[in-house]
Design a binder for this molecule. Structure first.
Ligand code: WQD
Length: 351
C-alpha cells in the first residue's frame, strides 16, 4: 500500500482529499500544526473511512521537526502539500507572515522530498495566479499576471520554486490550480470550518442563512458582467479531492508530460455571486438576507476554467453541480450548528 503524506490534513480540502485517498487504497499520514484548523474533522474522517488518520502536529517552518516525520516514515512515496495561509484580505494586511509561512514551509518540505528522494509531489495552487485574466475561460497556458495579493504572490512563487526544484532534481511534480472549492462531503461528516468571520462566499451565505451572521454583503454589483456581480468557477470540494488522487496515480504511472505538469481544477462554468445566492435559496428554501455593498479591493472581475487538460489527461469527471455544492454546504452548516459548542471551544483554543 503506497504511503502518502498530506500536509494540512485537518483542513477543508486536505481532509476531503485524505478521505478520497484512503477510499482509493492509499495509506495516509498528515502534518498539520492546527494553527488554522482543529482536530474536529479527524473524527469525521474516521467515521467515513474506518481509518484513524495519524496527524503530526508539526510546524513546517521547523525543519528539524518536519525532517523527523520523514525519518519516522521512510516509506512515503508521495507528498500532497495543502498547508498554507489562504485569506486574500488577511495577506494584504500581513504580507510578511504570508511570505514566511507559505514559502518557508514549502522550502522545508522540498528539502525533505530531496533528502528522501520522494518521487511524487502535488502542490495546492490557485487560479489566483492568473490575476484578472484578459480572456476567459483561462487555460494552463494563459498568462500569469501580477498577483492581486500577497496570498496570490505566494502561490506564484511557490509554483516557480517547485518548477525549478523539479528540473534540478528530475522530481515529478504537479501543480493543481483550484478555482473556488465549495460544498461539503455528502455524508455531512466533514466540511469547511472557517475560523472567525468567513471571507469566502459560500460559508458567508450559509452562516447568514443559519443566523450566525445577521446580513451578508454582496461586494459590488456594478461590474461588467451579466448581472453586475463577479463571476467565479465554483467546484465541489469532493471533485477537487478526487483530482488529487488522480494526479498521484498519473505521476505513479509516469504519464506526466514534463517534470512539472499544471492542471486547472474548475468546472468550466462561470457563475455570478447573485446566481450562486439564487441557487442556494432554491435548494435550502431560505430567503437570504444580503445587501449590495461597494466592491472588495483585490477582487478579480470574472474568471472560470478551461479544464480540458485535467479531464483528458487525469480522467477527471466532475460529479457535482452548483445545486449539489449549495445543498451539501447547507447540510454541513446545519450539522455544525448541532456541534456548535464543541467547535467554538476548539476554535477558541487555536493560537
Ligand atoms: C468570491 C466572490 C467576492 C464573500 C479566494 C482565493 C482563491 C481560493 C478561494 C483558496 C467574490 C464575493 C465573497 C462575501 C461576496 N482560496 N463575496 N460577499 O476571492 O474568488 O478566491 O478564495 O483556495 O485562491 O483567491 O473567493 O469566496 O472570497 O469570493 O460578495 O461575503 O464572492 O467579492 O466576488 P475568491 P471568495
Amino acid at each position: 500500500m503506497q504511503k502518502i503524506l498530506v500536509t494540512g490534513g485537518c483542513g477543508f480540502i486536505g481532509s476531503h482529499t485524505v478521505v478520497d485517498l484512503i477510499e482509493n487504497g492509499f495509506d495516509v499520514i498528515s502534518i498539520d500544526d492546527n494553527s488554522r484548523s482543529t482536530t474536529y474533522l479527524l473524527d469525521g474522517i474516521e467515521k467515513i473511512t474506518g481509518k484513524k488518520l495519524k496527524n503530526y502536529k508539526v510546524d513546517l517552518k521547523n525543519f528539524d521537526e518536519t525532517l523527523a516525520v520523514f525519518q519516522e516514515n521512510e516509506d512515503i512515496t508521495g507528498v500532497i502539500h495543502f498547508a498554507a495561509f489562504k485569506a486574500v484580505g488577511e495577506s494584504v494586511e500581513k504580507p510578511l507572515e504570508y511570505f514566511e509561512n507559505n514559502l518557508f514551509s514549502l522550502i522545508n518540505l522540498l528539502k525533505c522530498v530531496r533528502e528522501f528522494s520522494i518521487p511524487n509531489f502535488v502542490f495546492s495552487s490557485s487560479c489566483t495566479v492568473y490575476g484578472n485574466p484578459d480572456a476567459i475561460p483561462v487555460t494552463e497556458e494563459s498568462p500569469i499576471k501580477k498577483a492581486e495579493s500577497p496570498y496570490g504572490a505566494t502561490k506564484q512563487m511557490g509554483e516557480d520554486i517547485i518548477r525549478e526544484f523539479a528540473r534540478a532534481h528530475n522530481s515529478k511534480s504537479i501543480l493543481l490550480r483550484y478555482f473556488n472549492p465549495v460544498g461539503a462531503h455528502p455524508t455531512t461528516l466533514i466540511g469547511e470550518l472557517p475560523v472567525g468571520r468567513p471571507q469566502n462566499l459560500v460559508p458567508a451565505i450559509t452562516q447568514t442563512a443559519i443566523g450566525k451572521i445577521p446580513q451578508m454583503s454582496v461586494w459590488g454589483s456594478d461590474y461588467d458582467t451579466r448581472d453586475g456581480s463577479c463571476v467565479r468557477d465554483y467546484v465541489h470540494v469532493c471533485d477537487i479531492a478526487h483530482a488529487h488522487t488522480l494526479a498521484l496515480q498519473y505521476l505513479m504511472a509516469n504519464k506526466n508530460k514534463t517534470v512539472c505538469d499544471v492542471f486547472n481544477l474548475g468546472t468550466g462554468n462561470g457563475v455570478t455571486v447573485l446566481e450562486a445566492i439564487k441557487a442556494f435559496e432554491k435548494v435550502s428554501g431560505v430567503k437570504l438576507n444580503y445587501n449590495i455593498a461597494p466592491r472588495r479591493p483585490g477582487d478579480v472581475v470574472a474568471i472560470y476554467a478551461n479544464n480540458d487538460f485535467a479531464v483528458q489527461s487525469l480522467g477527471w469527471n466532475i460529479q457535482y453541480d452548483l445545486e449539489d455544492m449549495m445543498r451539501t454546504a447547507w447540510q454541513w452548516e446545519l450539522r455544525v450548528k448541532e456541534d456548535e459548542a464543541l467547535i467554538s471551544k476548539q476554535n477558541a483554543s487555536l493560537n
